[in-house]
Design a protein around this ligand. Sequence first.
Ligand code: NAG
Ligand code: CU
Length: 157
Amino acid sequence: MALSPLGMLLVIATILLPFNIVVAKEFVVGDDHGWTIGFDYAAWAADKTFQVGDLLVFKYAVGKHNVFKVNGTAFQSCTIPPASEALTTGSDRIVLAIPGRKWYICGVVGHCNAGQKLVITVQPQTLPPTPAPAPSPFQHRPHFGRWIPKKLFTIFH
Ligand SMILES: *[C@@H]1O[C@H](CO)[C@@H](O)[C@H](O)[C@H]1NC(C)=O
Ligand SMILES: [Cu+2]
């Protein structure tokens, strides 16, 4: 029996399903500007969608800046956490593992107040919709199977 185009599409979709995962995106914060003062990170983030599994990369010259993950209160007031909590590699990679609002600031004196702060909202990962179970090709088969084995059993017993 030849498959209808729709049936063929279903077969292909089923085969490809395990590969149909959402690809994680990598965001270089500030793009070419990197992580610095004098850049509008609110505008940078405004047209982007961040999802669980995506990656933030903070790029800056080591020693010039750093990155602290803070809460909303510390973000508003530019309260710098203990230095031990700083990310300082100059290429700090943060995987967005949990949905919700995330706040980052630079801990160098004056930088957060000068606007070196980023707030984003991480969306839950969108999964592809679960397909309805494909109809079984056997479900309309005549029920000969029910009596044939019994009859054979009877004959050869
Ligand atoms: C926010 O973080 C600061 C320290 O960084 C802490 O003192 C404060 O309790 C936190 N606020 C909330 C609401 O968690
Ligand atoms: Cu800084």
